[in-house]
Design a protein around this ligand. Structure first.
Ligand SMILES: [Zn+2]
Length: 44
C-alpha cells in the first residue's frame, strides 16, 4: 500500500512496507511493485 502524506505544504506518497517517502505518485506505485520489504512469495 501507498499512503498519502501531507508534508512541507505538499502531498507525498509513503510506502507502507518500508516507509520510503516519494513526491510522485507514479514513482511510489512503481516502487511499491518492486519494494524489497514486500513479501515476495506471490511472485513465485
Ligand atoms: Zn517500499
Amino acid at each position: 500500500m501507498v499512503s498519502t502524506v501531507e508534508r512541507d505544504g505538499g502531498t507525498w506518497y509513503q510506502c507502507d512496507e518500508c516507509g520510503l517517502l516519494l513526491d510522485d505518485q507514479g514513482d511510489a506505485k512503481a516502487h511499491e511493485e518492486n519494494c524489497d520489504a514486500e513479501d515476495p512469495s506471490y511472485l513465485q
